[in-house]
Design a protein around this ligand. Structure first.
Ligand SMILES: [Zn+2]
Length: 282
């Protein structure tokens, strides 16, 4: 006999919340592993169930039963995997202001689908840089907002340039939008450059090129490379880039490559000493 679907006593999805985020909330509540909870929910299904972000129709209905909402109402919360999105386990950046909005609305803090783009690192609601909280369970949101407030107009200008470049590159790479006529190179090559500056390539054991950025002190909290060797483990560079959890590192790569791709940028927008002969053949 088929077992009844368990009911998870958590709130239904918040605005733009991913299904993965809902599953994580249920796992936190029941002190369970999210993967096991997902398998358990679908244990009786002999057919492929998909993933939590892109479940089969039957699995989506089951998830609706577990959350106490119609399965069809969860469709907008799905997030099928795509090269334009971060790898599923890398979707950990948050917007502090969105979580304060969740608190004010007395709903659980949820991870939004709009925070999962590889090439975009800004909250579309608050236009603020996404961050990785030091402690996922007790993030210091006030300190995070204070760090955003400390950014100068100049810092914001750089963040805006990084976001605009990432947005244009995403549109060209994944939605067929034309590459701006005055920009150098082409979207696939620019994507390769992003990987090259983010990982330690060649014979050197030093950190990648993104470690050489020179941001202002306030901006350094939002844009920086790793200070250590970063190996590219995946055969495909983009798969490696999609796994860069920290938006600071992806911003660092976008800043360097934007500087080399957009002619005529003001010298004040320079990322500092980041050129290496022969590496950036843009
Ligand atoms: Zn936000």
């Amino acid at each position: 006999m088929e077992q009844a679907t368990p009911r998870w006593w958590i709130s239904p999805p918040g605005p733009d919340e991913s299904l993965r985020s809902c599953l994580a909330r249920a796992a936190d509540l029941y002190k369970a592993d999210p993967g096991e909870l997902w398998v358990q929910l679908n244990a009786d299904d002999p057919l492929p169930i998909g993933t939590i972000d892109a479940p089969s129709c039957a699995a989506l209905l089951r998830l609706g039963d577990a959350l106490g909402v119609p399965g069809a109402s969860l469709r907008p919360n799905r997030l099928p995997d795509s090269p334009s999105q971060l790898a599923p386990h890398a979707r950990m950046a948050i917007c502090p202001a969105c979580w304060l909005d969740d608190d004010a609305a007395e709903r659980p803090r949820g991870y939004r689908r709009s925070w999962t783009h590889v090439l975009r690192t800004t909250c579309p609601i608050h236009h603020a840089p996404l961050i990785i909280p030091r402690d996922r369970f007790k993030p210091d949101l006030a300190a995070a907002l204070a760090a955003q407030k400390a950014l100068t107009d100049y810092d914001r200008e750089i963040l805006n340039m990084i976001e605009s470049f990432g947005t244009a590159l995403e549109a060209s790479l994944f939605r067929g939008a034309p590459w701006p006529a005055t920009w150098r190179s082409n979207p696939p090559s620019v994507r390769e450059r992003l990987c090259e500056v983010s990982f330690s390539l060649g014979a050197t054991r030093g950190p990648p090129l993104t470690a050489n950025l020179s941001p202002t002190p306030a901006l350094a909290g939002f844009v920086h490379g790793p200070r250590h060797y970063r190996e590219l483990r995946e055969a495909d560079g983009w798969e490696g880039f999609r796994q860069l959890v920290d938006p600071c590192e992806r911003r660092a790569a976008l800043w360097i490559v934007a500087w080399h791709s957009i002619p005529g940028l003001d010298a004040t927008l320079s990322p500092g000493w980041v050129d290496m002969p022969g590496l950036l053949n843009i």
